[in-house]
Design a protein around this ligand. Sequence first.
Ligand code: K1U
Ligand code: ZN
Length: 170
Amino acid sequence: MIRPILIHPDPRLKKVCDPVAEITPEIRTLAADMLETMYDAPGIGLAAPQVGVTKRVIVMDCIKEGDPEPIALVNPQIVWSSEDLSTYEEGCLSIPEQYAEVKRPAEVKVRWLALDGTEQERQFSGLWATCVQHEIDHLDGKLFIDYLGPLKRQMITRKMEKLKRERARA
Ligand code: K1U
Ligand code: ZN
């Protein structure tokens, strides 16, 4: 089921999300819905708070061409970050049509719980590394615009307020 994506500003996007205590059918349905919503948008990642669920669940698929590689990460934790940084022009499905350069560690090692209950660990690089950090930020109530200066952030927030007013009128 495709779920509606919340648009910034929204208090649910600013919350620190709760850890998932146990993989339940509800969590599996949430992850499946999030993947469907992400592919429909389209996007390369999605975090549960973006669909109004303040739980620590993210999904990603950064393969732009070729066979899809969907992954769902429950309670993801960055256990190592490279000193090397990389800059990428990020977007966000909760901040449509706004992009800005963000500098982050070029590689990260992440530990998480998979939907079959097993603990997983993987080192991410390139777009995967950027995306997983962007999604984990969502779980901590942080958006990519929080890395920008106050003027740029305020300008984007005002645009989003206008977009939400227009969508509410339509
Ligand atoms: O979390 C999100 O809002 C999803 C976001 C993830 C992301 C994008 C870029 C850098 C870091 C994280 C998106 O997917 S925005 C859309 C997007 O990047 C895209 C859409 C279609 C094709 C390819 C990329
Ligand atoms: Zn985002």
